[in-house]
Design a protein around this ligand. Structure first.
Ligand code: COA
Ligand code: AMP
Length: 638
């Protein structure tokens, strides 16, 4: 027995082919699929095999043909440039078709990769959809990453063309993209370099161009011939999105065309409860998965109006900007990360600015990207007086693993839980022996295979790494690398990562990658980077370094150097601002660094002396070092 949610969920698990086959009918196919789910090559599963479609056609042209040509497709709202610009579906399709023509004229065709390194401007979305239109595979790189990270992605994706802009705009500065791009190309392997770069020159910053290689966006668009949609296989890749793995080498998450279009369009109604014509706003960045799925593809596949916001929750100009955007554009649903609300709460604790705006069109707030702490949940509920929905997902999954699916059945909210598995996600909690644990017991959160459409079929050019990273440890399941539990009512609680990934301001970062940078400093013998609690960003990285014997330079100098190195090698987004020198790192007798214990000390939480510790006295030294940088006991209890 059970309600509509239980019924829908059960069917999705017991009869996935019938379930997703029916949902697949909602997409335009040039050729219908031969089989909904192909499981002949386990552990690799493929959805809608044999089907042919075009994702851009489904995101734009189809709506024009259905009479939505004059409806806004995209509203660009940029408080940092004082611009608001609306594109109807027809206008946006025409832009995209022209840029698809530009790419084709540069030799880009089906299967070629195009790397997009752009700020939150309409041209970024245009470039993504233009790739989809001609069957090219885009790979968007977030603007907060440094040249070195960009180079790693160039080496892996081997793009034929890179599309970029002269700059991005942060609250306190202009970020010049072009020097970073030039450096990244310089750093990349010769054979991986693009044959051309298309640069969008923004009025506030003119980038210098490399003769022969760099082309001006505006000039190319002036002469462009529009290109039509090219049918691709459902299983052909739509994009690659690199995400932090447990090493400095990011993982290239692949998204296919067919399963992705089917699943995302369906989530718009079932999870977010929006319809065609509604205004949907994901306050994220096109460089992240949330941006891919819910700034670009989901809302446009559904025929909604999407908001592209170039600003921050605070400081552009104030903590009322979210409410201004909601009321001005009649936003029905907002999706952002809890950290954005913590930032607003910090500046406007009584939510006084909310009262200045008419939020009558607003229906619900969705939060994801990190754990939604109960304080922020309660604050947002009180400030908005609307449903506040936590949902749990990952770059790999492409859409929510767990959510309160408002379009199916609005279940009661439990604080600290993203509710129950969304249809298609057979979530289990297992122990180290891959056995399911009892309700309420903590274990590894895993998903029984096959994963639903829209989730990653593999990693780019790395099938083995895909199996190794996600499928090997718990045979028959996908490892989420999150730990948690399911309570007796079936609510899922996501507690922490089981690997070295941390979440800083909703951004996914690898502490392992930061350790690689620290370790490369000539004076550093050993190091560890840990995510410690932060009131605004959720977690921030803190570095511990042990200096080589004989190093006599001032510690503070070395600390500043390693901080600068992380900024240069990974990027400002790493938010690596604190490091401390320690004499030794606490380890087990087998040599494993006691990260969990250090973290508890840093967060001023209760901790127990690990039985396996090599030398207990070290923990006192660690505590002292943490006190010096404002953590451990120096941290006020909140
Ligand atoms: N290009 C270049 N630099 C960028 C950047 C970009 N696209 N995005 C962030 N940065 C820089 C910031 O300017 C900052 O630099 P600084 O060290 O010189 O100050 C650094 O990277 C860290 O950024 P962030 O962690 O975002 O901190 P912040 O203080 O700038 O902003 C918030 C804090 C909470 C306001 C901000 O993180 C935010 O709006 N978050 C919303 C949630 C979100 O977008 N989540 C994404 C997934 S849903
Ligand atoms: P990303 O790939 O950047 O989306 O980050 C995915 C990781 O963020 C997950 O594995 C979780 O650790 C964390 N995460 C995302 N959403 C939530 C949520 N709603 N609750 C708890 N953790 C979350």
């Amino acid at each position: 027995m059970g309600g509509k949610y239980e019924e829908t969920f059960r069917e999705s698990i017991e009869n996935p082919e019938a379930f997703w086959g029916r949902i697949g009918e909602d997409i335009h196919w040039y050729k219908k699929w031969d089989k909904v789910l192909d499981d002949s090559n386990k552990p690799f599963y493929r959805w809608f095999v044999g089907g042919e479609l075009n994702t851009c056609y489904n995101a734009l042209d189809v709506h024009i043909e259905a009479g939505r040509g004059d409806q806004p497709a995209l509203i660009y709202d940029s408080p940092v440039t004082d611009t608001i610009k609306t594109f109807t579906y027809t206008q946006f399709r025409d832009e995209v078709a022209k840029f698809a023509g530009v790419l084709a004229s540069l030799g880009v065709s089906k299967g070629d990769r195009v790397l997009i390194y752009m700020p939150m401007i309409p041209e970024a979305v245009t470039a993504m959809l233009a790739c989809a239109r001609i069957g090219a595979v885009h790979s968007v790189v977030f603007g907060g990453f440094a040249a070195n990270e960009l180079a790693t992605r160039i080496n892996d994706a081997r793009p034929k063309v890179i599309v970029s802009a002269s700059c991005g705009i942060e609250v306190n500065r202009i970020v010049k993209y072009k020097p970073l791009l030039d450096e990244a190309i310089q750093l990349s392997e010769e054979g991986a370099r693009p044959r051309a770069c298309v640069i969008y020159q923004r009025p506030m910053e003119k980038a210098s161009m490399v003769d022969g290689r760099d082309k001006d966006w505006t000039a190319l668009m002036a002469d462009a011939e529009p290109a039509d949609c090219v049918p691709v296989l459902a299983t052909d890749p739509l994009y690659i999105l690199y995400t932090s793995g447990t090493t400095g080498q990011p993982k290239g998450v692949v998204r296919d065309n067919g399963g992705h279009a089917v699943a995302l369009k369906w989530t718009m109604k079932t999870i977010y409860n929006v319809d065609a014509g509604d205004v949907y706003w994901a306050a994220s960045d096109v460089g992240w998965v949330v941006g891919h799925s819910y700034i670009v593809y989901g809302p446009l596949l559904k025929g909604c109006t999407t908001v592209l916001f170039e600003g921050k929750p605070v400081g552009t100009p104030d903590a009322g900007v979210f409410w201004r955007v909601i009321s001005q554009h009649k936003v029905r649903t907002l999706f952002t990360a809890p950290t954005a609300f913590r930032a607003i709460k910090r500046e406007d604790p009584d939510a006084a600015l909310v009262k200045k705006y008419d939020l009558s069109d607003f229906y619900a707030l969705f939060l994801a990207g990190e754990r939604l702490d109960p304080d922020t949940l309660r604050w947002a509920e009180k400030a908005l007086n609307k449903p506040v929905i936590d949902h749990w997902w990952q770059t790999e999954t492409g859409w929510a693993i767990c959510a309160n699916c408002l379009g199916i059945e609005h279940l009661p909210v439990k604080e600290g839980s993203p509710t129950k598995p969304a249809p298609g996600w057979n979530v289990k909690v297992v122990d180290e022996a891959n056995q399911e644990v009892k309700a309420g017991e903590i274990g590894a959160l895993v998903v029984k295979l096959p994963l639903p459409p829209g989730s990653l079929p593999t990693l780019w050019n790395a099938d083995d790494r895909f199996v190794e990273s996600y499928l090997k440890e718990f045979p028959g399941y996908y490892k989420t690398a999150d730990a948690g539990f399911v309570d007796q009512d079936g609510y899922v609680f996501v507690m922490s990562r089981t690997d070295d990934i941390i979440n800083t301001a909703g951004h996914r970062l690898s502490t392992g990658a930061m350790e690689e940078v620290l370790a490369s400093h000539p004076d550093v013998a050993e190091c560890a980077v840990l995510g410690v609690e932060d009131q605004l960003k959720g977690q921030v990285p803190v570095g511990f370094i042990v200096l080589k014997a004989g190093v006599t330079r001032p510690e503070e100098e070395i600390i500043q150097e390693v901080i600068q190195m992380v900024r240069e090698k990974i990027g400002p987004v790493a938010s690596f601002k604190t490091a401390t020198v320690v004499k030794r790192l606490p380890k087990t007798r087998s040599g494993k660094i006691l990260r969990g214990t250090i973290q508890k000390i840093a967060d001023n939480k209760e901790w127990r002396m690990p039985a396996t510790i090599d030398d207990p006295a070290i923990l006192g030294e660690i505590e002292e070092a943490l006190n010096k940088v404002g953590y451990a006991k120096a941290r006020k209890k909140t």
